[in-house]
Design a protein around this ligand. Sequence first.
Ligand code: SF4
Length: 255
Amino acid sequence: MKYRAVVSNKKRLDSTADFILKVNEILLKTFGKPQRNLKSDPIDTLIATILSQNTNDINSHKAFRNLKKQFPTNENILNASLITIEKTIKIAGLAKQKSRAIKNSLKKIYSDNGELSLNSLKAMEIDEALKYLSSFKGIGLKTAACVLLFGLHWNVCPVDTHIHRILNRIGIVNTRDRNKTFYELNKILPDGIAHELHTNLIKLGRTICLSQKPKCFECPINSLCKYEKKNLVVSESVRTVINRNKDFMLLDNVN
Ligand code: SF4
């Protein structure tokens, strides 16, 4: 009995992994293979992700550039006053909250490592690294996962609001909670696809699988999707123009 349960559970996981691969393949054909910045530093990624909360990629990138111009090194940011950091990153919004999260994170990194470096993460398992980064004040699971994907290039797929919505609609997960979606997805995520899947799901969520009135009539993964309330009424006026590889993604432009 027990053996059968294990086998059927494994079969279910294997078929979900195959399903994810199919979705990924179609998204690659639609949006292209996203360009990747393999030179980014984990601390820069952490700071940029904090800046990106509740704003768009353009404004958070401007805030990141302002910060780097005003404080060329992370030591400079650590030694700066909160009010100066706040003024420098104002364009990204929530500047008070974000400046605190940035400064607290740098303080914690310095006190734990004796230097401003996150190289110690490289010796950790994924779960341990996520737990460590999430222990920083103001840092949640999504930000921690972004550091692992974009700063260390691990096969970890962060889950934002778009990805949570799409994965539930297409039937890869069935959860109400974004963090639960993250764990469900990442325990079966096939090797080597986290970056392209993450980026292309965000593109799908921004352009076609909208929160209200998704454009299911032109969705490339329509035939795989199990969403019960598909919007199949074709509307020429809202047809999407897809610019392959032209969308600006903040975390691939951090350096
Ligand atoms: S078919 Fe509709 S609900 Fe399903 S992924 Fe596409 S846009 Fe989203």
